[in-house]
Write a protein that binds this ligand. Sequence first.
Ligand SMILES: NC(=O)c1ccc[n+]([C@@H]2O[C@H](COP(=O)([O-])OP(=O)(O)OC[C@H]3O[C@@H](n4cnc5c(N)ncnc54)[C@H](OP(=O)(O)O)[C@@H]3O)[C@@H](O)[C@H]2O)c1
Length: 322
Amino acid sequence: MKVIRVHAHGGPEVLQVEEAEVPHPGPGQALLRIEAVGVNFVEIYHRTGLYKVPVPFTLGAEAAGTVEAVGPGVTTVRLGDRVASVNVLGAYAEYALVPAERLVPLPDRVSARQAAAVLLQGVTAQYLTTSTFPLQRGQTCLVHAAAGGVGLLLCQLAKRAGARVIGTVSTEEKAALAREAGADDVILYTRADFETEVKRLTAGAGVHVNYDSVGCTTFTKGLNCLVPRGMLVLFGQSSGPVEPFDPQVLAQKGSLFVTRPTLAHYIATRAELLERAGQVLGWVASGALAVRIGREFPLTQAAEAHRELEGRRTTGKVLLIP
Ligand SMILES: NC(=O)c1ccc[n+]([C@@H]2O[C@H](COP(=O)([O-])OP(=O)(O)OC[C@H]3O[C@@H](n4cnc5c(N)ncnc54)[C@H](OP(=O)(O)O)[C@@H]3O)[C@@H](O)[C@H]2O)c1
């Protein structure tokens, strides 16, 4: 089988296409025949070493396909089941071993491509809007990188909660996509000062929550966009890590909250994984949540997919097809 492996951290060129033996599932494991791989920004952090994964490793955190074999003691899935996995390393491959209890069953009406396109980012948008900061009708939120993978889903779920959504994007094309996903207002933060614009759009009041996955270039100004006791949810750093800051700033700017959530802690148990994933896949099956697959690449062109994602040239989801 083909796998994409990393032997040394670095740029996209370190992604090696290799041949490997199809592995046999051990106790509690299932062998997944992968039909679609979701590409996520986190894999850029894994590749560069910003998030520490010991080398060598097979990249990838999201895959959908069919159970090809199961190991001893597996009761949660059977041969032939259509499933997806999220937050388990090794997805950039034709086959992967996954702990069976981390597999999510797919509804009939959700294809493997749709599942690989929505599971990780959809569950992220779900927990951010329902658990990290449970958005209420009438509140206003700011969504940075609103036309990205998480961004387009966040816009839809925030609208679904009855909130007003202000999105930021880098281009007109991305602005149109963010509006289509429900953003009431969109700021081109590469041309206009987003802090000034947020204040103008909210008549000086600010937003109740700022969902920030951009980090370095947006964090500090993002604190100035909040209502008193508002929350900045820093859930990524596509522009680079945030500089250390003095917590006293939070008092000065309005008794603000800052949280740095990560998916693993919101799907730690199988029950929570299935509940969140079931809700997201149910919305996709019913047509309530639109999934935009912006680009598909063959698995062997994973490096090119990384170049496009890092270069801000993608919208919605990027998939690799084995
Ligand atoms: N904490 C969690 O649980 C969790 C889960 C999933 C994802 N995330 C994070 O959420 C973020 C979004 O992930 P994603 O996979 O959906 O990616 P994405 O949003 O589709 O892609 C990143 C976007 O960030 C924006 N961006 C701004 N400055 C950038 C820069 N200097 N370089 C590259 N991009 C820049 C770009 O949009 P514009 O061109 O419009 O600026 C780009 O399209 C990532 O930071 C990821 O790590 C966190």
